[in-house]
Structure formats: C-alpha cells, structure tokens
Design a protein around this ligand. Structure first.
Ligand code: AHG
Ligand code: MN
Ligand code: MN
Length: 333
C-alpha cells in the first residue's frame, strides 16, 4: 500500500505552482521558517532538561523580562532567515529596530515580521507556546535600500502568514491566501506532515477567551459584552490559556472568540498589530472567520510603528459580529 505523505515542502511547491511568476524563493522562505520551528520545538521539548528555562537579566524593547527561550527562538529565526537570500528585511518583537539584510548577503524581495516566542509567561510552567510570522513583498524598488514603509504595510498586503504551536504536538498552520492548512511535525523523521487540510472555523462557537482579570479596567461596553457572554443564554463557556497562539488555535478548530481589548492602562491593548494581530487575522479570514479592533477590520489598519499595539477581537464570524455590536454600544444584551 503506497503511503502518500503530503509534507509541508511538497505543499508549498504546489502552492507556488499557482503563482507562475514565483521563483522558488517563497518555497525556500517557508522552508527556512519551518527549519527554525523544528529547532525551537526541539528546545521547547527539552526545556527543563537543558539550561533554557528561566529569564535572563535582560529586558526586551517593552521593558518586559526576556526569557531564555525568547532569545533562543529569536536567534534561531534570524539565523535561519538571514542568509537564505529570500528576504530584504525582517523584524522581530525582540528587536527594537528592523534588520535589513546587508548587501554582502544575497537579498530577496520578501519581508518577514515575527513574534519568535508567543506566550513567554507560560514557558517554565510547561503550557503551550508558539511562534507567529507574517510575510510581505517589499514595496520599494528591489535595488534600493529597504525603508521603514516596506515594513509598515497593512495586513491586507500580506502574501503569507502562519504560526507554530508547541503543544502536545508541534503544528505549523499557514495560509498564502488560498485556504488554511495545518501540518503536524513527525519528530521521527523531522517533517511537517499535512494533518489539517483546508481548515474552516465554525461560523459560531461556544467559547470566549479573555483575561477577566482586566475587567475593572475595561470600558462599560466591553464589560457588558463579557457579562452577556457569561449568561447561560449566550451558550458560551470561558477558556483562556494566556498564550495567544494556543487560545487562537483551539478557537480556530472548535469555534469561538478571543478578545484582548484596550483598557484604562493600555488604550490599544497588549497585542501587537504587525506580528500578532495581522498574521492571525489573515488566517482567520481565510478560514471563514473575522478579526477586528472593535471598530474596523484589523487588516485594513495602516501601521504607524513597528511595535504598535491594537485591541483584538478574533474568531468565529458571528461571535465577532456580536462582540463588535457591544463594543460599539449597539447591543443591549
Ligand atoms: P508574548 O509572550 O509574545 O509577549 O505574548 C504574550 C501575549 C499573548 O501570548 C497572550 O494572549 C497575552 O500575552 C496574555 O496576556 P495576559 O497575561 O495579560 O492575559
Ligand atoms: Mn506574543
Ligand atoms: Mn513573544
């Protein structure tokens, strides 16, 4: 019996064939990201056995305590992407400024922005964490130096987006705009195998995910939405892991809504537009869901800063619509 295995590498090549002008660089780029994901997965699964747990006496650009695995994952992605010849620039949550690929290395036309390790607070308690990436084409002419505008493109300009979730298994989920596809890492031969083809998220779910510890900091419309979600007639139950990728992945497969609203302390919330909200918004829309900042489609927002934050409501289409009505004071609950 022939066992035909669809690997990530084969799948990307098939996707690439749909774009006649593609040069194979895109295939290499996703493969480079997958390689970094395997390296990070190997270390995540050995955390606790090797000295990779705990924080370093260093802070990231936001003054947040950096975890060793944050730094390791960041280095793994930068090293895997820097010399591949597919990028002209990259940006990371862990680096204040973007990284232009200097002209001593082969350069390409793509830009990759990423959150190398999402859910850092969960690393040393063995809870699922992730990596999130977003890919654009440069807008400036190929031979000119990269500009900040090349990186500050709205979400609808993404050519690809994806995430890796390091959980009970390691999965890579990505889209190039023709559906959402999930691959599970088979560590026995180190390949990502297609396990979830053409993922579609239910139109309505039964899960809401939000950090209710911020309740007293929310405006009353947000409070009214969560009060409504808690009532039995909403048919919803609460699930919150505290790792965006893990909460998102569960809701993508089962249906539901994730919210990180703005609050009195952070008017634009905690999550970042470029490498958390936008890539997941591309995926959820391709899976039939929605992503909003409470007022407008996330992927329409014009970024002004590399690390700018945004309120985020993301998940099943009907659930996001109801939440937006509350956020805009149109739903009396
Ligand atoms: P990161 O570890 O990349 O900084 O992201 C953490 C984010 C996200 O993963 C999660 O949804 C959110 O922080 C949880 O924040 P709270 O602990 O405030 O709920
Ligand atoms: Mn994150
Ligand atoms: Mn992070």
């Amino acid at each position: 019996m022939s066992i035909f295995v669809m690997t990530l590498a084969r799948h990307i090549i098939e996707q690439e064939r749909k774009f006649p002008q593609a040069t194979g660089a895109f295939t290499k780029l996703i493969s480079d990201i997958a390689l970094a994901a395997k390296v990070i997965s190997h270390h995540v699964n050995r955390a606790g056995l090797v000295d990779i747990i705990g924080s370093i006496d260093n802070q990231n650009v936001f003054g947040e305590q950096q975890q060793k695995l944050d730094v390791f994952a960041n280095e793994a992605l930068i090293r895997s992407l820097r010399f591949g010849g597919t990028l002209c620039a990259m940006a990371s949550e862990e680096n204040e400024d973007y990284i232009a690929i200097s002209d001593e290395f082969p350069r390409g036309k793509y830009i990759c922005v990423f959150d190398p390790l999402d859910g850092s607070s969960n690393i040393d308690v063995n809870v699922s964490i992730g990596t999130i990436f977003s890919i654009f084409r440069r807008t400036s002419p190929d031979e000119s130096p990269v500009t900040k505008e090349d990186l500050l493109q709205p979400g609808y300009s993404q050519v690809a987006a994806g995430y890796v979730v390091y959980g009970s298994s390691t999965m890579l989920v990505y889209t190039t705009g023709t559906g959402v596809h999930g691959f599970t890492l088979d560590p026995s031969y180190g390949s990502f195998i297609l396990s979830h083809p053409k993922i579609k998220t239910p139109r309505k779910g039964a899960i809401y995910s939000v950090n209710e510890g911020n309740y007293n900091l929310w405006d009353k419309n947000v409070q009214q939405y969560v009060n409504w979600a808690k009532r039995s007639e909403s048919g919803m139950k609460s699930r919150y892991i505290g790792s965006l990728v893990a909460d998102f992945h569960r809701n993508l497969l089962k249906g539901g809504i994730f919210l990180y609203p703005g609050d009195l302390k952070n008017a634009k919330g905690k999550l970042r537009l470029l490498y958390e909200a936008n890539p997941l918004a591309f995926i959820i829309e391709q899976a039939g869901g929605r992503a909003s900042n409470g007022k407008e489609r996330i992927m329409n927002v014009q970024p002004m800063e590399l690390h700018e934050r945004t309120p985020l409501i993301i998940g099943s289409k009907d659930d996001v619509t109801v939440a937006e009505e509350f956020f805009q004071g149109k739903h009396q609950g």
